[in-house]
Design a protein around this ligand. Structure first.
Ligand code: ADP
Ligand code: ASP
Ligand code: MG
Length: 475
């Protein structure tokens, strides 16, 4: 049986981190597949370099590329002194990425396709460095670009994998390496179209790569090594008292990452669920801590709201008017418009009087969407069936997540009580029919206060509060 070990950006960004990662891989039993991210900050720096080049500043862009290349060289020199082949491979990658940035500067244009080719350098460089470091620890490691494995569509920047093809390729590329006791070090985040053009799977998607490989190989576990000791009850940068959660169900994890918990990529959960593989989130810098295990079912622990997450940088669009109520197909027309504008909707709420529909979208799409809705509703606006389309921003969605909420009366009351005491004004609410997520909109200025208020209400003593009989009986 194989195990997939994924190391995130901070876990490969320093000599000490790489040393720790190598020890973890060396200590793991059985067949090992390693997945690596670009070193922390590299992907963002590459995107910035590509934009700087497109904006007509080739010198600025090139200086970023030179800085990244020397940081990579230094990591390699310290992790695997004298590995000339890897040094040459790293140099080739850097030169190629620099050439791509130069051509963006000449064209004054950075298409999503060019950007993907440029940012792929981050993961490609990491895989060469970590493979060299593992060889220096005595393992037969080999860098494997995921462009050979993860077949995707051509939605550059956010490409979707063709699972069956990717799974077949994972088995044919990685199988022989594993059979020969070798340790593949695969780039996270990147893939390629059938024609071989490099793509990326979306920010933070190295977790997704790890889950895809684990599913393809029928791995016993998919271990996501990061810089915190598991998924926590809230973003630790926002809530001081956040603590690691021992266990989460797939649904809870998906819900949390969808609503902003950066620790796990939202799509990473699906391939693992389908293959029934346990995902564990562990700390590279404290590998003996138990971390978080993500499993098919929630294990009841008396908690109601297990975690509070939030996502800022959003806008709330409201379509309002008395003439909307009872008109069949009205909501469909509104969401056809969001689809035609290629805007993803994060949360929807409709008042029971049907006098308004409001929904949350990324803040930078708000104006475009308002204009498109006004065009689509021109007749209704003229007849005052629709009064107005408004956009409020910046908005944040705050979500309370936990399977223990299902069937537990009074959860919403406690949430709103806590927010009221903290003086937070709730602009809109939505509850999924799954009943284990209540999400609400607040202004971005109140995001942190709202998260802390909900977190503290439920986390202070989760097991001492009475749990409703139905919630316990259901399990
Ligand atoms: P990696 O590069 O290892 O993938 P990320 O930066 O993508 O790491 O994700 C880990 C970070 O996610 C943590 O350092 C933490 O600041 C942040 N984070 C946000 N919400 C949570 C949460 N609920 N639990 C744990 N970490 C969280
Ligand atoms: N390096 C990529 C990013 O920063 C992917 C990842 O870290 O998972 O988005
Ligand atoms: Mg991540």
């Amino acid at each position: 049986m194989s195990v997939v070990l994924k190391f995130g950006g901070t876990s490969v960004a320093t000599t000490d981190a790489i040393e720790r990662a190598c020890r973890i891989v060396c200590d793991a039993p059985g067949e090992r597949v390693v997945v690596v991210s670009a070193t922390a900050g590299t992907t963002s720096a590459l995107i910035a370099a590509a934009r700087t080049a497109a904006a007509g500043d080739p010198v600025g862009a090139e200086s970023v590329m030179t800085r990244l290349a020397s940081a990579h060289d230094e990591l390699l020199r310290k992790a695997a002194r004298g590995d000339e082949d890897s040094a040459a491979a790293l140099n080739d990658l850097a030169q190629r990425a620099k050439a791509l940035v130069r051509s963006v500067a000449i064209l004054h244009e950075c298409t999503p396709r060019s950007q993907d080719a440029i940012v792929a350098y981050g993961e490609l460089a990491s895989s060469v460095i970590v493979a060299a470091a593992l060889r220096a620890h005595g393992l037969e490691a080999e860098a494997v670009p995921a462009t050979r494995i993860v077949v995707t569509d051509d939605a550059f920047g956010n490409a979707a994998p063709a699972f069956e093809e990717a799974y077949a390729r994972a088995r044919s590329v990685l199988g022989p390496l594993l059979a020969g006791q070798r340790v593949p070090v695969v780039t996270g985040f990147i893939g390629a179209t059938r024609e071989g053009v490099t793509t990326t799977l979306g920010r933070g998607a190295s977790d997704y790569t790890a889950a895809i490989l684990a599913a393809a190989l029928g791995a016993s576990e998919c271990l996501i090594y990061t810089d915190v000791s598991g998924v926590m009850s809230a973003d630790p940068r926002m809530v001081e008292g956040a603590r690691p959660l021992a266990q989460l169900s797939y649904s809870e994890a998906a819900e949390m990452s969808y609503f902003g918990a950066k620790v796990l990529h939202p799509r990473a959960v699906l391939p693992a669920v389908e293959a029934g593989i346990a995902v564990r989130i562990l700390n590279t810098f404290a590998p003996l801590e138990p971390g978080t295990t993500i499993t098919a079912r929630a294990i009841p622990d008396g908690s109601v709201v297990k975690a509070t997450t939030s996502l800022g940088g959003l806008a709330l669009v409201t379509v309002q008017g008395a003439g909307m109520s009872g008109v069949p197909g009205f909501a469909a027309r509104v969401f056809d418009t969001t689809a035609a504008e290629q805007v993803s909707v994060l949360m929807i709420s409709q008042s029971s009087s049907e006098n308004s529909i409001c929904f949350v979208v990324p803040a930078n799409t708000g104006d475009r969407l308002k204009a498109a809705l006004e065009r689509m509703l021109a007749k209704e606006l003229a007849h005052h069936d629709v009064e107005r389309v408004t956009v409020e921003r910046p908005i944040a969605v705050v979500a309370a997540v936990g399977e223990g909420m299902r069937g537990t009366p009074g959860v919403a009351a406690r949430i709103f009580g806590a927010l009221g005491r903290a003086g937070v004004n709730v602009i809109a609410i939505a509850q999924g029919s799954s009943e284990f997520n209540i999400s609400l909109c607040v202004t971005e200025a109140e995001q942190v206060t709202a998260v802390r208020a909900i977190h503290d209400e439920f986390q202070d003593a989760p097991t001492t509060r009475p749990t409703a009989p139905r919630a316990t009986a259901a399990r």
